[in-house]
Ligand binder design. Structure first.
Ligand SMILES: [Ca+2]
Ligand SMILES: [Ca+2]
Ligand SMILES: [Ca+2]
Ligand SMILES: [Ca+2]
Ligand SMILES: [Zn+2]
Length: 494
């Protein structure tokens, strides 16, 4: 292998017209330190060693080009050494940066992050409209951002904030001019992929119409195996884990599931099965929410901890925005209705900061979670006892013949208020269920989600009902609002 020095590719890989060749420009920042590739130690000035790899033939040293201590975007330098330390090859991908470039920041990081996220959100929204029928549903709103100061070299050298955002497009890198705030480049650096999975949908009791199934301590059973359904896991971020724009399996008993081929097929005795359930069922519910036109209903990669709690309970923790699925009795993650109930809490906490500050608000939280579980179950339940909540999980703690943790058709009214959020939630869920029956699934869910945007954190039944009626009126007119009013009157809420 002969020793060669590769010069920089002629065009920088930036999208916004940085087309001029950098060939022939001097590396003023590296003045007096011409590459001496012949010596293993010598490298040009202003390089920072960022990685050393060992291969069969030797070592590979990777450097980040820097300017006044800041990374130069896409500016690299690599030195490949044989086992004796002799240089085999050098790759020089540095961009010229004029010494005169001023690195004083004019635009704060927060402003740059906001500009980048706004642009990413708008682009995601446009893409969604352009391709409404694609199975992968890109959706708007970049929700996270971290800004790092950097320098772009080449003919349009400038100081930039390098902003990493996460949106339904995936992970995006945007470069924002730190002098004037203009977003000069923005591109997706991750890849969304489809994976394969196997799930219960919504749960075995409903899909098999069999109230006699039993947990048997998480044992694989033929009756439960046939209840599994092969599905496509959409919107995976390509990391090989169950992560995407709507779901992030963050912690899990036995470790998070990983598959390079994005194949997540397990039987229910494997603790990873519940991870797949959470990913699939939450992705489904977010795609549904987006299909209704809502772009900011917990539109983020919701954190989950799966099977990390050994009690027979699951919970949403608003302080860290995390849903924990317990493994007591039937693993809670085996029943999509438990997942959707908890996700209902995450939805409300996202729309109304600090939601649930009063007894009635807490009851609305529980009632909405139950209603949401029932409503999400409808497309896959073939009409089987729809108002029954958590039919499979409840086999562990109800004697039967029917197994329901709660129902959305109890007939309770405010005369039955008991002071317990779960019991009183049945008043609220019954009202929502009646709205559902009156308006149909999509129209009802639009009205109910829209109404939530007007809730106060410590709302009362009556106030929450009032803004739901108002939402129905503004979206659909008086006749629809009257139907919603009737549903709340039947529960003596209005
Ligand atoms: Ca299980
Ligand atoms: Ca959230
Ligand atoms: Ca359980
Ligand atoms: Ca059910
Ligand atoms: Zn709850």
């Amino acid at each position: 292998m002969t020793k060669r020095v590769h010069r920089r590719k002629a065009v920088a890989a930036l999208a916004v017209g940085f087309a001029a060749a950098t060939l022939g420009m001097s590396f003023t920042s590296a003045a007096g330190a011409a590459p001496d590739a012949g010596s293993a130690d010598a490298v040009p000035a202003n390089l920072k060693l960022i990685r050393t790899k060992t291969s069969l033939l030797g070592k590979h040293l990777w450097y980040q080009q820097t300017f006044k201590g800041l990374p130069v975007v896409n500016g690299y330098y690599a030195k490949h050494l044989d086992k004796s330390g002799k240089v085999l090859e050098v790759a020089d991908g540095r961009d010229a940066v004029p010494d005169s470039l001023d690195v004083t920041v004019k635009v704060p990081a927060a402003t740059a992050t906001k500009s980048a996220n706004t642009l990413v959100s708008a682009r995601a929204a446009r893409n969604r409209i352009a391709a409404p029928n694609k199975s992968v549903t890109p959706t708007p709103s970049a929700t996270e951002g971290a800004a790092q100061l950097a320098v772009v070299g080449g003919p349009h050298a400038r100081l930039v904030w390098n902003v990493t955002s996460r949106s339904t497009e995936g992970v995006t890198r945007s470069l924002v001019d730190a002098k004037n705030g203009v977003v000069v480049d923005s591109k997706v650096i991750s890849h969304n992929v489809d994976g394969k999975g196997s799930v219960f949908d919504p749960n075995p009791v409903v899909s098999q119409k069999n109230e006699n199934l039993a947990d048997e301590d998480d044992k694989n059973q033929n009756e439960l195996f046939v209840a599994q359904k092969n599905v496509i896991l959409r919107n995976l971020d390509g990391s090989g884990k169950l992560n995407g724009p709507y779901v992030n399996i963050k912690e899990a008993k036995g470790g998070v599931a990983e598959s390079k081929s994005h194949t997540f097929v397990y039987q229910r005795a494997n603790d990873k099965f519940e991870q797949v359930m959470a990913y699939y069922q939450v992705n489904q519910t977010q795609e549904y929410i987006h299909s209704l036109g809502f772009t900011e209903v917990n539109n983020e990669s919701q954190d989950f901890a799966i099977n990390t709690f050994d009690g027979d309970n699951s919970f949403y923790d608003p302080s860290i925005d995390m849903i924990t699925m317990g493994e007591g009795g039937v693993d809670d993650g085996e029943d999509a209705e438990v997942i959707w109930h908890e996700y209902g809490h995450a939805i409300q906490d996202d729309i109304v900061p600090g939601f649930g500050e009063s007894l009635e608000a807490g009851s609305i939280g529980e009632g909405f979670g139950d209603y949401w579980a029932v409503s999400m179950s409808i497309p896959v339940s073939k009409g089987y006892d729809l108002p029954c909540v958590m039919d499979w999980d409840a086999t562990s703690y109800t004697s039967g013949p029917k197994h329901c943790l709660r129902r959305t058709d109890t007939g309770k009214t405010t005369d039955d208020i008991s002071g317990s959020v779960h019991d009183d939630g049945e008043i609220w869920s019954n009202a929502l269920w009646d709205i559902h029956k009156a308006l149909g699934r999509n129209k009802a869910n639009k009205v109910i989600l829209q109404g939530t945007f007007f809730y106060a954190p410590d709302t009362t039944f009556a106030d929450a009902a009032r803004v739901t009626v108002q939402s129905a009126r503004l979206l659909y007119g008086k006749a629809t609002a009257d139907q919603v009013t009737a549903a709340f009157k039947a529960r003596k809420i209005l």
